[in-house]
Design a protein around this ligand. Structure first.
Ligand SMILES: Cc1cc2nc3c(=O)[nH]c(=O)nc-3n(C[C@H](O)[C@H](O)[C@H](O)COP(=O)(O)OP(=O)(O)OC[C@H]3O[C@@H](n4cnc5c(N)ncnc54)[C@H](O)[C@@H]3O)c2cc1C
Length: 377
């Protein structure tokens, strides 16, 4: 598309920041509108594989990623009660070469900061919650809840699972609470008091699981997160304060190695786990969706953020390559839908890497070089 095309990105999450950075580098004028007045250091980690690292490489952020986060020596799956290791995927030089990139655990806020730093100063307009988008003869008029308006030629809805942009395209539909909650905590590793954990372990119980990993190369910050059955969730998508005792009660009977790690937790917060039934309509006119706005997945493959980053890479390439938005959006959806569907199925099954697993199709994928003409448009 013409490099004077004005692009508005709605939402400064992982996908929004990445697509903004990639489009800015390609020469497009980009503005990101974010509802929150400023970012805070929310307590959560994220696991990213080589497929995500390759997107961050395009933004020259791969080095920052590995220096800020941790490259775990392995992903370890253990049985909840006996502690038996059911699979261990080692991340060594051979793996990095095979997948063309590292596996990294990082604090989300640190990843956010890296992605923000890749943008030109002033790109993000904080305190701008999108309320409406109207077509005009000149393009699009964006209306924000703070009463301001803005013009753009293309709008990218990267506004997460409760996407307003999705609602504008598809109508209002609440996300689906999947009957599980996620207690999570971030705490200093010094609290482990001499019982260190492995770099990245998933503990598999009969109806629940727990992840425990370091988030920094210094191994000084720990993240624990569980997915636990729950009958209901009465809030919205914001986390609610929980307690260490509730977390411990939820993992009663789990192996002592995990119990000790959770006993060290402070500031437990509980998040609802939601998804949406699949809907393959990702665009309308000059408006397109990306990441959780169009395909929120259950977090059981730790892949939703990676999917948003891959979307960002493919969408930015399509906007560069094709001369009109409808062709660019159609090609983007054709390329992305089958891949995201695989991840949606894998996340529903919740067996990813529990035992020996073919992981190449996931980690070796390169959204920055996959041919744009495949997928049979
Ligand atoms: C418990 C849990 C653990 C997870 N672990 C992993 C993991 O290890 N690895 C992984 O890859 N993924 C993981 N995920 C999934 C991942 O967090 C999401 O898929 C990812 O954050 C989606 O990115 P996004 O950019 O689409 O949306 P988000 O990151 O949700 O960003 C959306 C942004 O839009 C803003 N916004 C919302 N509404 C508006 C509006 N109306 N106007 C303007 N701005 C708006 C929000 O404030 C936010 O900044 C996990 C998810 C959960 C729930």
């Amino acid at each position: 598309m013409d490099r004077s095309t004005r692009i508005a990105v709605l939402g400064a999450g992982l996908g929004g920041l990445a697509v903004a950075g990639l489009l800015q580098r390609a020469g497009f004028p980009v503005v990101v509108y974010e509802q929150t007045p400023s970012f805070s250091r929310i307590g959560a980690g994220i696991i990213l594989g080589a497929n995500a690292a390759k997107v961050l490489r395009r933004l020259e952020l791969e080095r920052g990623l590995v220096e800020t986060g941790i490259r775990p020596d392995a992903f370890v799956s253990r049985a909840w009660d006996t502690g038996e290791t059911t699979w261990e995927l080692r991340f060594d030089a051979e793996m990095d070469a095979r997948f063309d990139g590292p596996f990294v655990n990082i604090h989300r806020a640190d990843l956010h900061r890296l992605l923000q730093d890749a943008l030109a100063p002033g790109t993000i307009r904080f305190g701008h919650k999108i309320a409406g988008i109207d077509e005009t003869p000149e393009g699009l008029r964006l209306t924000f809840e703070n009463g301001t308006t803005a013009e753009a030629d293309v709008a990218i809805g990267a506004d997460g699972i409760r996407s307003k942009v999705r609602e504008i395209i598809l109508g209002a539909e609440e996300p689906r609470f999947i009957g599980r909650i996620a207690p999570r905590a971030v705490f200093p590793a010094s609290r482990l008091a001499g019982t260190p954990i492995r770099d990245c372990t998933k503990w598999w119980g009969p109806d629940r699981h727990v992840l425990a990993y370091y988030m920094t190369a210094r191994r000084d910050e720990v993240y624990v997160m569980a997915a636990v059955p729950a009958d209901r969730w009465d809030g919205d998508d914001a986390p609610m304060p929980g307690s260490r005792d509730e977390f411990l009660a939820a993992i009663e009977g789990f192996h002592p190695d995990l119990q000790r790690a959770v006993e060290a937790a402070t500031d437990v917060m509980v998040w609802p786990i939601c998804d949406r039934p699949r809907n393959d309509r990702w665009s309308d006119g000059r408006i397109v969706l990306l990441g959780d706005a169009c395909h929120p997945v259950r977090p059981f493959m730790a892949a939703g953020g990676s999917m948003a980053l891959e979307d960002a890479a493919i969408l930015s390439r399509c906007l560069q390559h094709f001369s009109d938005p409808s062709t660019a959006f159609a090609r983007y959806a054709t390329l992305r839908i089958p891949r995201v569907a695989e991840v949606q199925w894998g996340s529903l099954a919740n067996t990813w890497m529990r035992g020996p697993t073919d992981v190449s199709w996931f980690f070796a994928y390169d959204a920055c070089s996959v041919p744009l003409d495949c997928g049979g448009l």
